[in-house]
Design a protein around this ligand. Structure first.
Ligand SMILES: *[C@@H]1O[C@H](CO)[C@@H](O)[C@H](O)[C@H]1NC(C)=O
Ligand SMILES: *[C@@H]1O[C@H](CO)[C@@H](O)[C@H](O)[C@H]1NC(C)=O
Ligand SMILES: *[C@@H]1O[C@H](CO)[C@@H](O)[C@H](O)[C@H]1NC(C)=O
Ligand SMILES: *[C@@H]1O[C@H](CO)[C@@H](O)[C@H](O)[C@H]1NC(C)=O
Ligand SMILES: *[C@@H]1O[C@H](CO)[C@@H](O)[C@H](O)[C@H]1NC(C)=O
Ligand SMILES: *[C@@H]1O[C@H](CO)[C@@H](O)[C@H](O)[C@H]1NC(C)=O
Ligand SMILES: *[C@@H]1O[C@H](CO)[C@@H](O)[C@H](O)[C@H]1NC(C)=O
Length: 922
């Protein structure tokens, strides 16, 4: 969802949509085209690359594809796709290359600007790669229609646009343009014939010019997200054609004829939002969603209102819904989702029998679900997600046969229900019942010949299901299916593989007791599956290979064995692979390195993987030292998290091959048999660990969003894990983007701690404990100013603890226990908070917190400490174990996901823009 926000959160300041503008009727009598213009068009074609991703519109195709020279005369360019010629002169007067996959820069030299006779130019929905609008546009002085919307233009709009005084339609929306100099004011003064002006997203940064009111022909004005401010000139409302308003006028009370008012997605507070708005007698549609500053109680609704659609989602309105809401007899849509309402739903709403959409989700409603909901027989969508509704689901819900969307997720509902009862709602497409306290009974749903609704989204997480509901096998339109955290035992039935083969994108089967699967030997037949979650079952056998469409694959916490098949490398989009906590052995297939563009998270902790070379070369071989770290992993340029913890990797970590792990933030190689020096020559390459960027409080997000058919699933991927700070386990729900951790503990690393380590400035957790490290603790560690935990225990470090470490102000955990350190313990600041056990096992240390005081000559070398297993008793170990297992538990994926909400979201933010585009394209 976040991804989507980036693209579509547009603040709409003003948005007037007025009815149809004239469509122009052009007859198509043939006239041969002019040679000169033909070659101009061909050069135009050549100046761009055709690139599918340049156009978003689903009916896009490369219109210029048909532009070719044909026969002796070269072909009649007037018949080319998108080209329109004048009947009499043969000049090209219209060019419609909208949605044509055009990609590349455009400048004033483009032959396009030699088409002086153009009256209509449409380049919308292409990608001109951030080009400015070329000033040569001024040469096309005959233009009456210019549409450059959504085409990747950027920069200041040139003065030359103002020379196009014949323009009737101007659409520059959806680009990254500015209208500061010239300004909106001068544009409104010069383009006086405009009927349709759309500057959505064009940064004008001015007050709303009075001159707009002089555009007497204006029928449609859209100035969304233009950074306009100040009073809205009331004169604009005197424009003769005005019917729809999307603005806050100076005085609303006078606009008694108003039927449509949209104030959505602004920053209006109560002061700018006069309560009278609710009382305008003719108002049919009021959209005020996404005004997060709108707060307070809803007003009393009068009987004489005409409201049909009331959208107040994502505002701060609170309290109980007023009883008077029952006066809104014409209401067909009520959306108060994601506000702060509580209490019960007023009974008066039973009278709102025209309701088709009732969205109460994400509030604090706490009552039984009223049985009179069954009286709202027109309901198509009922969304109660994320409240505190308790008690049983009233039978009357099962009579709402028009329902297409029913979402009861995340409430406190109890009881047992036959799944069949829901399946009787034959129009359901989206059914979400997850995370309540009730059970779904499948026993009577055995007869697959009884038709059930064709679902697109079905989430039955934590519904106490005992078996796979049989009716699923007849579903072939599913896009999203979750059966996670139920009590399903036994084998995954064969029919699951390939269920809804063409449509399924997301499948959660995690958290059951599934013992195995009859996987076909070939790749499963899903063509669109992006996410497969089989975590925390009892799966045995070898790793099931998902289909090639997969993005995220989770199989951790199972009993899988054997080697990982190289077929895993045939998954070109694989972004997340979590195979941790199984019993895989052997070597990781090196071909995984080919997934360099996609793989962001590789978690294989707690398996029995080994390095490859020792097998080939045998113990004692020279090669072993250089090569046993799977160095090809370094090719994974996108890798952010690498967890190889608790395997059997051995040997040294070789020199970096090239630009390794530039994105790496979390590296856990602990509990292996790595040896040799610390990989200091790699430190330089770990760029992401070198930059402290606290301004970027984003959570770590792998790039896993993808375009799906239908709605766009945005699967935010975030990891959670447990780390222990100062002995206290802390659950990090989401790993913040700036969290950087290195755990090389419990290996056989030897030699000194390199000074270079200071380059990894962003490191917050550094654990080098339980290795064979020797020499002094470098004082340069004090340059890792973000360090929160530093564990050097269980090594053979000698010398003194550098006093500079006392400067580490964020240090909450510190241990150097069981080394051969001598001399005074740094005092003050954080060091005042560490206890004895941080320092014990170093007979030469003195000073607080130890009882041994420092004498001037104190420096007796301590006895070699070969404490064997003793390290295991100390906090930090347990800690890092915890951290590992947290990773396994922690994926917040899908749990927060509510597609219907998402749809609403698209509705609010996408609708106006997208529909505008679509409408125009009809
Ligand atoms: C295709 O267009 C996208 C942007 O829409 C761009 O990122 C990509 O590099 C282009 N591909 C080619 C081959 O030009
Ligand atoms: C246009 O072409 C001329 C000569 O062909 C060249 O000097 C100039 O830099 C070009 N302008 C742009 C904007 O590419
Ligand atoms: C309504 O309009 C009249 C004149 O058109 C104006 O005098 C009056 O102030 C307006 N009312 C409000 C509340 O602004
Ligand atoms: C629901 O409808 C039934 C029958 O149409 C009616 O008797 C009942 O009063 C209605 N419930 C409410 C709360 O209006
Ligand atoms: C399944 O339902 C169909 C239609 O209702 C019925 O004819 C058939 O006998 C049922 N089969 C079983 C096994 O109950
Ligand atoms: C920290 O880094 C600076 C330069 O980046 C260096 O001058 C200084 O000596 C370092 N401090 C320690 C304790 O090594
Ligand atoms: C430009 O083309 C798009 C897509 O074909 C269409 O929706 C839009 O109305 C056109 N613009 C104008 C001004 O005709």
């Amino acid at each position: 969802m976040r991804v989507f926000l980036k693209h579509f959160v547009l603040r709409c300041l003003i948005f007037l949509i007025l009815p149809h503008f004239l469509t122009q009727c052009v007859s198509s009598v043939q006239q041969p085209c002019l040679d000169s213009e033909r070659s101009v068009l061909l050069q135009l074609k050549e100046s761009f690359i055709l690139n599918q991703s340049a156009s978003d519109y689903s009916f896009a195709y490369p219109k210029v594809g048909s532009w070719k020279l044909e026969g002796e005369v070269g072909g009649d360019c007037c018949s080319w796709d998108g080209v329109e010629c004048d009947d009499e002169t043969g000049h090209v007067i219209g060019l419609d290359l909208s949605s044509s996959f055009l990609y590349g820069s455009i400048d004033s030299n483009n032959t396009l600007f030699q088409l002086h006779h153009l009256r209509k130019l449409n380049l919308s929905d292409n990608h001109f790669n951030g080009s400015g609008i070329p000033s040569a546009i001024g040469k096309l002085s005959r233009l009456t229609q210019l549409d450059l919307s959504f085409s990747g233009f950027s920069g200041q709009i040139p003065y030359e646009v103002l020379e196009l005084s014949k323009l009737v339609i101007l659409d520059l929306s959806g680009n990254d343009l500015e209208l500061r100099n010239p300004s909106l004011k001068s544009l409104a003064k010069r383009l006086i014939n405009l009927k349709h002006l759309n500057l959505d997203g064009v940064k004008a940064s001015s007050s709303i010019p009075q001159s707009l009111a002089n555009l007497s022909s204006l029928t449609s004005l859209s100035l969304r997200d233009c950074e306009l401010h100040g009073e809205f000139p009331i004169e604009i409302f005197q424009l003769p054609n005005l019917q729809f308003i999307h603005a806050i006028p100076a005085s609303l009370a006078n606009l008694t004829e108003l039927t449509y008012l949209s104030l959505a997605a602004n920053e209006f507070g109560p002061a700018q939002f006069p309560i009278e708005v609710f009382q305008l007698p003719n108002l049919q549609i009021l959209r005020a969603s996404h005004n997060t500053f709108l707060e307070g109680r809803l007003p009393i609704f009068h009987k004489n209102t005409s409201l049909e659609e009331l959208e107040l989602a994502s505002t701060a309105f609170s309290g109980e819904l007023p009883e008077s809401i029952g006066n809104l007899k014409s209401l067909s849509l009520l959306d108060v989702s994601n506000c702060s309402f509580f209490g019960r739903i007023p009974n008066s709403m039973a009278k709102l029998t025209r309701l088709t959409q009732l969205n109460l989700n994400s509030n604090q409603f706490s009552s039984r679900i009223p049985s009179w909901l069954g009286n709202l027989t027109q309901l198509i969508s009922l969304d109660l997600y994320g409240n505190k509704f308790w008690g049983s689901i009233p039978e009357s819900i099962f009579t709402l046969i028009n329902l297409e969307n029913l979402d009861l997720t995340d409430n406190l509902l109890t009881g047992s229900y036959k799944l069949e009862s829901f399946l009787n709602l034959k129009n359901l497409k989206w059914l979400q019942l997850s995370d309540n306290n009730f059970s779904l009974l499948t026993t009577t749903v055995m007869n697959v010949t009884i038709p059930s609704p064709m679902f697109q989204i079905l989430t039955l997480r934590s519904c106490n299901l005992q078996e796979f509901p049989n009716f699923l096998s007849g579903q072939d339109e599913l896009e999203y299916l979750s059966l996670s955290r139920n009590k399903i035992h036994g084998f995954i039935p064969k029919w699951i593989w390939g269920l809804s083969a063409k449509t399924l994108e997301v499948l959660f089967l995690n958290g059951n007791f599934l013992a195995g699967l009859h996987q076909p030997t070939v790749v499963p037949p899903w063509t669109n599956l992006r996410m497969l979650d089989l975590r925390s079952n009892k799966l045995r056998g070898s790793l099931p290979i998902p289909p090639t469409s997969i993005y995220q694959y989770f199989v951790s916490n199972n009993l899988l064995t054997g080697e990982i098949s190289p077929m895993i490398c045939n998954l070109p989009s694989l972004t997340v692979l979590d195979a941790s906590n199984n019993s895989f052995r052997g070597m990781l297939p090196p071909c995984l390195g080919n997934l360099s563009k996609s793989l962001s998270v590789l978690n294989i902790r707690n398996n029995k993987f080994r390095g490859s070379i020792p097998e080939a070369c045998g113990e004692g071989s020279q090669l072993r030292i250089e090569d046993t770290f799977p160095s090809w992993l370094g090719r994974l340029q996108e890798l952010k998290i690498l967890i190889l913890r608790h395997n059997e990797f051995s040997g040294g970590i070789g020199k970096p091959e090239s630009n390794e792990f530039p994105e790496l933030r979390i590296l856990d190689l602990s509990f292996n048999k790595f040896e040799g020096g610390l990989p200091s020559h790699h430190f330089q390459r770990w760029k992401a660990m070198q930059v402290v960027d606290l301004s970027k409080l984003n959570y770590l997000e792998a790039n896993v969003s993808f375009q799906a058919q239908g709605p766009r699933w945005i699967l935010d991927f975030s990891y959670s894990m447990t780390m222990t700070k100062a002995g206290v386990e802390t659950e990090y729900d989401k790993i913040q983007d700036f969290l950087v951790a290195i755990d090389l503990s419990s290996n056989r690393f030897e030699g000194g701690i390199p000074d270079d380590i200071q380059i990894l400035k962003a490191v917050q957790f550094l654990n080098l404990s339980n290795n064979l490290l020797s020499g002094p603790i470098p004082s340069s560690l004090a340059n890792l100013t973000g360090l929160q935990a530093l564990d050097l225990s269980q090594n053979k470090l000698s010398g003194e603890i550098p006093q500079e470490l006392a400067q580490l102000t964020f240090l909450e955990f510190f241990s150097v226990s069981h080394n051969q350190l001598v001399g005074p313990i740094p005092q003050g600041k954080q060091f005042g908070t560490f206890e004895n056990n941080s320092f014990e096992g170093n007979s030469g240390l003195c000073g607080k917190p130890l009882t041994k005081e420092c004498y001037p000559e104190e420096s007796s070398p301590s006895k070699k400490d070969e404490g064997g297993d003793s390290w295991f008793e100390f906090g930090w170990k347990a800690i890092m174990l915890g951290y590992g297992s947290g990773v396994v538990n922690g994926l917040v994926l899908g749990y927060l996901f509510n597609p219907w909400k998402h749809k609403l979201f698209v509705k609010y933010f996408g609708r106006m823009l997208l529909n505008l585009r679509r409408d125009r394209r009809k």
